[in-house]
Structures are given as C-alpha cells and as structure tokens.
Design a protein around this ligand. Structure first.
Ligand code: FES
Ligand SMILES: [Fe+2]
Length: 391
C-alpha cells in the first residue's frame, strides 16, 4: 500500500497552516476532561496551532471561545487553567456565556457599541459536546447550522461501543502533557500501528504478550454486533473501520489475563469486562485505549507548529467497583500507579521514535510504503487527503 501523505507534508509550515483551516477548524476535536472544569468559572485553555481556545464553566454550562478580546486583542485567560471570570486583563471587558461583552468599563465613551452593534463584538465560538466526561469542540462557522447529531455521526459505528466504554470511566489517575518535537501526523500514525512494538517497546508492550496484528476483521466479526465481535478466542488482532475512524482489537496472552484475574480480584466487578485490548482512533486528534475495561487511556494530539505536537494523556480508572476493603484500596492504588507508569514509559518510547523520524523525514527519498499491519494509517491518509482537497 502506498502512503497518500508525502514526506514534505510533515515539514512544511504552509501545509500546517492549511491543516489548521481545513481540519482543526472543521472537525470535532477532543479538548479536555470535565474534571478540569467542574466548578463555576473554572477554565482551561488549549492551543490549536497558533490559536488559543478557552473552555469555561458558566454556572454549570461549558462554553468555548477563541481566547482573544474583541477590543484590542489581548488574551482573555492568560494561564493554562484556573478559576476566574472571562475578563480581559487589559481594559477589563467581561464576557458572558454567549461570548458577548456584558460589562464594558466607561462604555458611553465607545460610541460604536450600541445594543444593535453589540453582536459584532462577540467572541468566536466553538460548539461543545460530550462523550461521558470528555469534552469535544468544533469551531462555529458563520451561517452554518449544525445537525443535532453531528457529533455522534462523526463516530459512525463506533459511537455505541465507545459510549459504553466512556460510561465506565471513574476518577482520573494520571494527566500529563508531553511536548513532542515531531509533526502531529507522525504522532497519529505512530498510534495506529503495532508493527513498531518489537523494536520500540521490547520491555513494555511486548512483555504483555499481545499477539501480532493481522489485518481486517475476520468475516465473522465484520459488521457483527459489538457483543459478537469480542476478540476473545481470536488468534490475532484485527482492525475495524467506521467512516474515517479505526480500531484494533487485540487478545491478551491467556496466562497474563489469568494472572491479572488472580492478582486483582476486586476488579471483577468492573462494568466493562471486555477481553483483551481495544484501541480506537477518532479522526483527527483523539485516541482511546482500554485493556480489559480495567483502565482507560486517552490521548489528545494537537499541533503547535509543523514540527511540534502537544500530546496530552489522561488515564481513567474504572468506576463501579463498589465498596472496597482497606486491602483492596491499597491494591487498587498500586494497580493504577503501575498502569500510569506503564503509559508514561510507552509515551517516552513513542515520543523518542517520532522525534527521530521528524529529523529525517525532511530529506526522505521516495514515497515510503505501508504494510498490511499499517492499514489504519491508510485510512487516516484517505481521511486526511479528503479534508485537504475539498474546496
Ligand atoms: S483589549 Fe480587552 S478590554 Fe481592551
Ligand atoms: Fe508505540
């Protein structure tokens, strides 16, 4: 299979500028988790390329805006997160949940602002939707009406299984931001294949005993209802595709699974008792993985510039374990601490290899090639090409 993204597209600032317009300002993107915005006036800023977006809790309602004042363009929230009203630090304009300035110091001196013209000074808004405790945003474009189910539709057939997983999210046990010196597409592609596991993760993922990836879902699982598509009993991993999104289901080594069951009996009550490992990618910037429904590892991938990506990870514990004894609580703590360490170790290994690729892709020869194990990258390239070529 031939890649559809040319090596030069990983190093060209002009390409990144187009991607921001054609992908990140047009798609639903994963922004943050609700636990970061739980109280009135909590806010969280994220960078999407050179644009800062502020997500803010207005009396329980989560809203998102471009983080720039309509008066003379100061940044409204200057910290990455915190708790304060949406007030410009320069001349003190305060904005409401609609993105309108409702308190303007010495307003009578600005003759242009009247009740009729106030809307001209509205902030650029982003739509907000939720998947369990996860917040997704999509830039509002003037004159465009958004279908009620626009967000759900973007997931295609993955909406039901992913919502089910999200309904089991418990507390956040780890949340870190990594700055990776590599193009965002390299970071996405790296999450979409297991071909690199033997070379890049010999002491981490490989030790879990995941079998090698095969290819598309076997006949019996293609289009089968989710409950029939358990990977248990499969000899190898398989892929599934839903629109522009893709997933891989991998069985775990049976011995490893049995050992887990014995060691962590308190997890038997978890609501999502999936077998093996599942990994979903939602185009363009969201990754969700779960091993046996015991923990849920999420990634947010956002470009800063053509050679810098912020990779944010969240690790959720499972909910629904009921009352735990003191001993079980200690075990739980230890279980999730080692899960967090495991995720961190993998991120460090992945970041290092992506940074190596970034250093060489600029003088690449040829167009590269993709193996059957890298089929999810093909799907990403097709989605990407479709986004970049519309007009
Ligand atoms: S720049 Fe924001 S109030 Fe003046
Ligand atoms: Fe990896």
């Amino acid at each position: 299979m031939k890649p559809l993204i040319a090596p030069s597209q990983y190093v060209d600032p002009g390409v990144l500028a187009l991607e921001l317009k054609r992908i990140f300002e047009r798609e639903w993107i994963f922004a943050c988790s609700l636990h970061e915005l739980s109280k009135d006036q909590d806010f969280r800023c994220i960078d999407v390329g050179n644009v800062s977006v502020v997500l803010q809790n207005f009396g329980g309602e989560i809203r998102a805006f471009n983080n720039v004042c309509s008066h003379r363009f100061a940044r409204l929230q200057t910290e990455p997160c915190g708790n304060r009203q949406l007030k410009c630090p320069y001349h003190g304009w305060i904005y409401n949940a609609e993105g309108l300035p409702y308190a303007i110091p010495r307003k009578p001196l600005i003759s242009e602002i009247t009740p009729q013209t106030l809307c001209d000074y509205r902030l650029v808004r982003w739509h907000v939707r939720f998947l369990g405790p996860l917040v997704f945003i999509k830039r509002e474009n003037p004159g465009e009406t958004l279908a009620e189910d626009d967000f759900e539709r973007q997931w295609g057939d993955f909406w039901a299984p992913v919502s089910q997983l999200a309904s089991a999210f418990g507390e956040v046990v780890e949340h870190t931001e990594h700055r990776v010196n590599a193009n965002w597409k390299l970071v996405v592609e790296n999450t979409l294949e297991g071909y690199h596991v033997d070379c890049v993760h010999p002491d981490t993922i490989r030790k879990l005993g995941m079998s090698g990836l095969a290819g598309p879902a076997p006949e019996s699982a293609q289009g089968a209802p989710e409950s029939d598509a358990e990977p248990g009993g499969q000899k190898a991993s398989f892929f599934r595709f839903a629109g522009r999104n893709s997933a891989v289901f991998s069985p775990l080594n049976a011995e490893v699974s049995a050992r887990m069951d014995r060691a962590y009996k308190f997890l038997a009550r978890r609501p999502q008792r999936i077998e093996g490992y599942r990994h979903f990618y939602l185009y363009p910037n969201f990754v969700l993985a779960s091993t046996r429904g015991e923990s849920f590892s999420l990634q947010r991938i956002l470009p800063i510039d053509e050679k810098t990506t912020v990779l944010t990870s969240y690790l959720f514990a499972t909910s629904g374990l009921g009352e735990l004894s003191k001993m079980e609580l200690a075990l739980k703590k230890q279980f999730y601490r080692s899960a967090a360490e495991f995720v961190q170790a993998i991120f460090a290994e992945d970041a290092a290899i992506c940074e190596q690729v970034q250093r060489s892709v600029g003088f690449a020869h040829g167009a590269g090639v993709l193996s059957d194990e890298e089929q999810r990258i093909c799907a990403f390239h097709e989605a990407y090409a479709a986004s970049m070529n519309f007009d």
